[in-house]
Structures are given as structure tokens and as C-alpha cells.
Design a protein around this ligand. Structure first.
Ligand SMILES: [Zn+2]
Length: 144
């Protein structure tokens, strides 16, 4: 029983390259680069995602909405929490100067880092897919 499992795993390992470290993937995501090769750009425009990497041909999102959706929600939630806290703060301190400074800073930070965080979410999605070896063969359908 065990022998068969080990063999299957060995074949899988031979077929695919080693999975890059998660920190490497996150770094590529933060730099808005393809998580697979680290070269191809992720975005066409601001946060408009390419379908595939222009360098290695990997499809960025296999099942759009699966894990990806949860990652984006978690990502947004991290920014919504301070906003909710700020609204409560504002109720007790109306017309506070610092409220507007803080709210503005969070909002600008949220908008400015959006593509970087989207890239990192994509890197996590890629990592999970590699871990579960649910990744379409990138060599089978390269862009022309
Ligand atoms: Zn690539």
C-alpha cells in the first residue's frame, strides 16, 4: 500500500519542478510578477489580471473564484477592520482631525497596495495549487 503511494509521489515530483518557497512566491506577488517564473507581469493595467504569464505561459487562475475569492475577501477584511474601528472612534470623537488623517492614510494605503496584495493573494493561490498538484501543465498550452 505504502509503496504505491511513494511511487506515485515520486512520479509527480519528477513531472513538476520543485515548489518555490512561499516567501519567494509572496515576493514575486508583491513585485506583481508571475509566481511560477517570477518574470512575466501579472497585470495588464492597474489591477487587470492577464490570463496567462507572457514568459512561461502558466494560467494564473485555474478555477476563478475558488480559493482566490476567499483570499481576496480575507485581504479586504484586513482593511475593513480598522475602518470599522475608526467609525466607532469617530462616533465618540466627532470632528476629530486625527480621524481624517488616519482614515485618509488607511484609504490611500489600501488603494496604493491593491495590485501588490492581489499579486500576493495570487501567489498563495498558486502555492496551494502546487501543493495539491492541481496545476495544468504549463508546457501543454503556451501562448503564441
Ligand atoms: Zn511565468
Amino acid at each position: 500500500m505504502l509503496g504505491g503511494e511513494v511511487l506515485t509521489e515520486a512520479i509527480c515530483t519528477m513531472q513538476t519542478e520543485p515548489i518555490p518557497r512561499l516567501t519567494t512566491l509572496l515576493g514575486r506577488g508583491a513585485r506583481k510578477k508571475c509566481p511560477h517564473c517570477g518574470k512575466g507581469p501579472l497585470f495588464r493595467r492597474w489591477v487587470e489580471l492577464h490570463d496567462r504569464c507572457s514568459v512561461c505561459g502558466i494560467k494564473y487562475l485555474e478555477n476563478e473564484g475558488d480559493l482566490w475569492g476567499y483570499l481576496l475577501i480575507a485581504d479586504r477584511a484586513l482593511f475593513i477592520l480598522p475602518l470599522v474601528a475608526m467609525i466607532y472612534f469617530q462616533l465618540y470623537n466627532p470632528n476629530s482631525f486625527w480621524f481624517f488623517v488616519f482614515a485618509g492614510t488607511v484609504l490611500i494605503g489600501f488603494i496604493f497596495t491593491l495590485p501588490h496584495r492581489t499579486g500576493m493573494s495570487l501567489a498563495i493561490d498558486y502555492y496551494m495549487r502546487r501543493k495539491s498538484s492541481d496545476l495544468s501543465d504549463p508546457s501543454s498550452d503556451k501562448p503564441d
